[in-house]
Design a protein. Structure first.
Length: 292
């Protein structure tokens, strides 16, 4: 008896071989970029090596290069990773440190699964949403309590901008500084009189109408404000609306008692271009630039 073997058409095999399945579904979509959504054959601006990935030190085939830093906004957080440990810090002062586990290759990246924390690094260009800077990687961090944070990352030994984009160490860094208020909650502030000054214990300034004063305390990334004091002039409705939005941000970032402790609810970060980003835990954000 002669048996006839059915041959799978080569075209079908080729088609199957070209399919790319994303095991994470749409987990990487969102404001930080996720997988590139560029027209076919185009790439984001930047220098690329022959692997197609953005240049960031050693070839990406070697995996994540230590020391490694990731950061995110809304809420603000940072993560540092080396061969010994992974260290997370949140805007509210929360800190988690775990031993660095062996990395596991994942879809276009590396995954680090530790006790109480999982870090997914995807080799996909990422924007922090606060500046024009684009980073080499998209990062997702899973924390206890079902929390998931998304941000950008890169090896800061090979990318100096990763090393300088850090929170100032304390309130002494703000003392004596002045800042032009650029935007509140994404809306540009038009008034040139919107300038805020810090003296180490209090800040004072204006959004373009009334004078505003409040006490403040900075501790690393965390910041809290006392009740704001203002004059009571009537101004253009648009300016008054921006002033109200800024006051609401300060109010949301006031210190709150938690037992015998005081929790600082706001956060300050500095973009690579030098701008200061002030945020509250409810998502309100103000962007300020140095004023000389």
């Amino acid at each position: 008896m002669t048996r006839t073997l059915a041959l799978i058409p080569l075209a079908a095999l080729a088609l199957a071989g070209c399919q790319t399945l994303d095991p994470y579904g749409d987990r990487y979509s969102g404001e930080y970029g996720g997988y590139p959504q560029n027209p076919a054959g185009t790439y984001p601006p930047g220098d690329y090596n022959d692997t197609g990935y953005a240049q960031s030190g050693p070839a990406r085939a070697q995996g994540v290069t230590f020391p490694y830093r990731a950061m995110g906004t809304e809420p603000f957080w940072s993560l540092d990773m080396d061969a010994q440990s992974i260290r997370y810090q949140g805007a509210d002062g929360e800190q988690i440190s775990v031993p660095t586990p062996p990395g596991r290759p994942s879809f276009n990246g590396m995954r680090y699964v530790a006790d109480g924390m999982t870090v997914d690094v995807t080799y996909s260009r990422c924007s922090d949403g606060m500046s024009d800077r684009r980073y080499a990687d998209t990062v997702m961090v899973d924390l206890p309590g079902g929390r998931t944070l998304r941000g950008c990352g890169g090896d800061f030994a090979g990318r100096p901008e990763m090393a300088v984009d850090q929170p100032h160490a304390g309130q002494r860094d703000l003392a004596g500084t002045r800042w032009q208020l650029l935007s509140v909650n994404g809306l540009p502030v038009e008034s040139r009189d919107a300038v805020i000054s810090f003296d180490g214990q209090q800040f004072s300034g204006s959004v373009g109408c009334n004078r505003i004063n409040a006490d403040y305390v900075v501790d690393g990334m965390a910041v809290s404000f006392g009740p704001a004091r203002t004059t009571r002039m009537a101004c253009d409705p648009a300016v008054m609306g921006q002033e109200r939005a800024f006051l609401d941000l300060l109010d949301a970032a006031q210190a709150q008692p938690v037992g015998q402790l005081t929790r600082r609810l706001g956060a300050i970060r500095y973009a690579p271009n030098g701008n200061m980003i002030l945020s509250a835990p409810d998502g309100r954000v103000a962007v300020l630039s140095p004023f000389y």
